[in-house]
Design a protein around this ligand. Structure first.
Ligand code: NI
Length: 430
């Protein structure tokens, strides 16, 4: 049986002021090595190269998601809503706390190059022989599996899944406020207290009381603003492209039998695609950046150059491409080769839709794993999808357009400008 802590524990937090821990199991989970590792992984990957304040970790975000979930459940319990299954409280809190435990260092870039999947790793960490697994099993043998199925979104109680993973869940609410706070971009704020008051459990899902519509509008506007101002910032994209080029080059070298002066075992096994849970948990941003520092002295000039660029923030320049023009891209690649630049690492087309974020989707496509839309509940117990009633939300729902950009190291191209075709010189303003 879970006993209460003799007194509740409190973490100071810049976003929520305080994070309250009342259950011994939550306290013990925070104390595990796997959860402590999240202190060494930044929430926003390479964004600190654009917004110098964006050094916050997945540890602080995870505590924040837990705290928002705790507040929502506490509101449901205080109001005695019959549609909230009370026995799910602990599963919900643990899932909220642990939802990001499987993130890798520079998660998004690493997933793109190596095809890893943080949700899959989260479940592996829950189910393998780890500190987290032991703490959960001690409380209840079936708990690791139940929490894993919340993370994989196939839990028997969909309302628990929607708390942690929906279009207005504790995860999104925390990262918007936290990312806004730490980047210093003030568009990202909205009235969290108001939203927490208007949420209702209703027939297996969480809905919003109709009078709360404007608070949800502000939340979705904040998503919209943060999307363009922070998550899709072209300088951040540039740093991600340099980072991906490093991973691609290092893996290519490794596959071709190149002997690294410095290659730590977990990184080698990442390249070989044979990571164990233990290896994965050893990977953190300190290890990746130490590797980059050492690789600046490798014999391979491309790897060494890319690592210096990343560490010293000599990023790629970007220019817009009005529409996707494959012929033009192939010509650029040929001209790059003519001046001795490998286009696989020094020329990148950035596709605007390639982001782990979306603003809001009002429809559920058949057979797709899309998250269900936000529903308003009126006083006659009728449900309406929110964009039907809100003009603001109607106008931003489904927005995904953005520009294509070409990224390249300007300093390596300029010295060879006279050998480029007049067309390309004009395009690059050379
Ligand atoms: Ni998260």
């Amino acid at each position: 049986m879970i006993r209460e802590l003799t007194e509740e524990k409190v973490f100071k937090d810049p976003v929520h002021h305080s994070v309250y821990v009342q259950d011994p199991i939550v306290w013990k989970l925070i104390d595990t090595p796997e959860f402590q590792r999240l202190r060494r992984i930044r929430q926003l990957g390479t964004s600190y190269l654009t917004f110098h304040g964006a050094e916050h970790s997945r540890f602080s975000h995870s505590l924040g998601v837990y705290e928002i979930t705790r507040k929502i459940i506490s509101q449901f319990e205080r109001n005695g809503y019959a549609d909230w299954p009370k026995e799910e409280r602990l599963v919900s809190l643990c899932a909220a706390l642990l939802h990001d435990v499987g993130h890798a260092p520079f998660s998004h870039s690493l997933e793109q190059v190596f095809g890893t999947d943080h949700e899959k790793w989260t479940c592996e960490i829950l189910l393998a022989d780890t500190g987290i697994n032991r703490v959960l099993r001690e409380a209840d043998q079936g708990l690791p599996e139940r929490i894993a199925s919340v993370i994989c979104k196939n839990y028997e109680q969909p309302i628990v899944v929607s708390l942690v993973s929906s279009q207005m869940d504790a995860d999104r609410m925390d990262y918007l406020l936290r990312d806004s706070y730490f980047t210093g971009v003030h568009y990202g704020t909205f009235d969290l207290d108001r939203i927490l008051r208007v949420l209702r459990p209703y027939k297996g899902r969480i809905v919003v009381k109709e009078s709360g519509m404007h608070a949800v509008e502000a939340y979705l506007m904040s998503r919209y603003q943060m999307y363009w101002q922070v998550y899709f910032h072209p300088v951040t994209r540039s740093s991600e492209i340099v980072l991906r080029s490093i991973f691609k080059r290092a893996r290519k070298l490794h596959e071709s039998g190149y002997r690294f002066e410095f290659l730590l075992p977990p990184v080698r096994r990442l390249f070989d695609g044979i990571l164990t849970v233990g290896d994965y948990l050893e990977l953190d941003e300190a290890m990746v950046q130490t590797s980059f520092g050492q690789w600046t002295r490798e014999k391979d000039p491309i790897l060494s150059d890319l690592c210096k660029r990343f560490l010293n923030r000599q990023l790629y320049k970007y220019i817009p491409m009005e529409h996707l023009d494959e012929t033009w891209l192939s010509q650029m690649r040929r001209e790059w080769q003519n001046i001795g630049l490998d286009p696989d690492y020094y020329l990148e087309l950035d596709t605007p839709t390639d982001l782990p974020y979306d603003v809001y989707k009002s429809e559920m496509k058949q057979g797709s794993p899309e998250k269900p839309p936000i529903l308003l509940l009126d006083d006659k117990e009728r449900l309406t999808e929110i964009s039907v009633k809100s003009e603001i939300i109607r106008s931003i729902a489904g927005l995904q357009q953005g520009k294509y950009h070409i990224y390249y190291p300007e300093d390596m191209v300029v010295p060879h400008a006279n050998r480029l075709s007049p067309d390309l010189r004009e395009y690059l303003y050379l």
